[in-house]
Write a protein that binds this ligand. Structure first.
Ligand code: PNS
Length: 160
């Protein structure tokens, strides 16, 4: 069984993330989208908000589930019999860090493979940080985030 994990901060989910979720759900039997802690980042949205947004946008995909975990990605994968880690790659700037993470994870658990999926060209510039910067300065983010979660994302910046 090809059971994959697509891990990330998803702070918040963007159209770029959703594109990777959709495409990986077509080639994997099961995909767990997992909100994990990135010790290098302080999140804007709490775990419940990020999970809620992911559940809303993945609702149409029957073989996609959403979860969160506070700990090592590899520990979660092993506990849940996951053998594939899916990562999206946007540009060369992503590569060095993702390469390091893939090798560290391979060292920690040699039987779990990391597969990289190239971003859709439409979203190569897109990141959660860019979404937050634009939203924070009052800009329009509707072309960047799934419409179902647009208002939840914006609410953080409009004091609603
Ligand atoms: O969306 P991000 O912030 O690039 O995702 C990074 C994330 C959350 C996937 C990464 O920080 C992670 O795997 N965190 C869990 C802790 C872990 O397993 N670290 C890798 C070993 S150094």
């Amino acid at each position: 069984m090809t059971k994959a994990i697509y891990p990330g901060s998803f702070d918040p989910v963007t159209k770029g993330h959703l594109d990777i979720i959709k495409r990986s759900s077509k080639i994997m039997e099961q995909v767990i989208v997992a909100v994990l802690e990135n010790p290098r980042k302080i999140p804007t949205y709490d775990i419940e908000e990020r999970v809620k947004m992911l559940k809303i946008v993945t609702e149409p995909y029957r073989n996609v589930q959403v979860d969160y975990y506070q700990g090592l990605l590899i520990d979660y994968a092993q506990k849940n019999n996951i053998n594939i880690i899916v990562k999206g790659l946007r540009a060369m700037s992503d590569f060095e860090f993702e390469f390091q993470m893939a090798l560290v994870n391979q060292k920690l658990s040699p039987t779990i493979e990391t597969l990289f999926m190239m971003t859709n060209n439409k979203y190569s510039y897109l990141s959660s940080s860019i979404v937050k910067e634009i939203a924070g300065l009052g800009g329009e983010i509707s072309s960047l985030v799934p419409p179902e979660v647009h208002d939840i994302i914006i609410a953080k910046y409009r004091g609603q």
